[in-house]
Write a protein that binds this ligand. Structure first.
Ligand SMILES: [Zn+2]
Length: 284
């Protein structure tokens, strides 16, 4: 954003010749930070998130002359600050969500002529484009951050030798965390629930049967008796505090009923319970 602020500012300066120009954009801490100033000041100019100027420009969404009309609710301190900077025109950088992505503050023109309607339109078009770029940059940064966190969390699980279950979004087949794609349909696997592939060192998750707001039902292999069972994994408040969710073992028959419930309430069962008549039901 500082590079963009500088680039745009140079263009505005060349076109309109303002005495002063400041570009502020929303930073990490939600306050507006200085991206560029014509005087090259590097002092910590900042417009805080609580600023009345921000609220006012969010409401107005168009270029405003400064001083503002007396009915505006700008505090004396903020007015004095803007006067001190020699500001004559304030142009909002309105984001698509209605929040301000930044502000362009301009001093009087060197020609001492007022800003025309065309000048204002030009400046509003420029700030609208800056807001789009700002949002794209911000979204990319957020996505990169989320990806980084995901990798760090996964690395921590790997360090502790926790093998989180990965699931195919297309067919529901379960895999170890080291797997990347589904062997059946080559779809990229996702982490759906924060549970280990093998629960209690006894039950290895094989196939998601049904999923709902309260949890999910999986077909699993009972590793001790090498038979198929069904596991219901409950979601609850515990998901926030425990890395591994509690689960209950159910019979496939109960599971089938539940998957019908899930399918009715949330989404269709992608894989109906198979071999139901041949399954050996564990004791509840
Ligand atoms: Zn698959």
């Amino acid at each position: 954003m500082p590079e963009l602020s500088q680039l745009v500012s140079k263009e505005v300066e060349a076109a309109l010749h303002p005495e002063r120009l400041y570009v502020f954009y929303r930073g990490e801490k939600r306050d507006l930070q200085l991206g560029y100033s014509s005087g090259g000041q590097s002092h910590n100019l900042r417009i805080t998130e609580e600023s009345e100027l921000l609220r006012l420009m969010e409401r107005e969404r168009s270029a405003q002359d400064f001083p503002l009309p007396p009915e505006s609710s700008l505090s004396e301190d903020e007015s004095a600050w803007l006067t001190g900077l020699g500001i004559n025109l304030i142009v909002p950088m309105s984001g698509t969500d209605g929040r301000l992505a930044g502000l362009l503050l301009l001093g009087e023109k060197k020609s001492e002529e007022p800003y025309t309607q065309n000048d204002r339109k030009l400046l509003e078009a420029i700030t609208a484009q800056m807001a789009v770029v700002y949002e794209n940059v911000w979204l990319k940064e957020q996505a990169a951050k989320e990806q980084k966190i995901k990798h760090e969390v996964l690395a921590r699980f790997e360090e502790q030798q926790i093998n989180l279950v990965k699931e195919c979004p297309a067919c529901g087949a379960c895999y170890d965390s080291a797997s990347e794609v589904c062997a059946k349909d080559q779809r990229e696997l996702t982490l759906s629930l924060p549970v280990e592939r093998t629960i209690d060192q006894k039950y290895r998750l094989e196939q998601m049967i049904g999923k709902g707001g309260m949890g999910a039902v999986y077909e699993a292999t009972d590793l001790r008796l090498t038979r198929q069972v069904a596991l219901k994994i409950m979601l609850g408040n515990m998901v926030l505090t425990l890395p591994v969710l509690p689960c209950r073992i159910l019979s496939l028959r109960v599971c089938q009923l539940m998957s019908c419930f899930f399918s009715a309430a949330i989404s269709p069962v992608r894989n109906p319970v198979r071999n139901i008549n041949r399954a050996i039901f564990p004791t509840l």
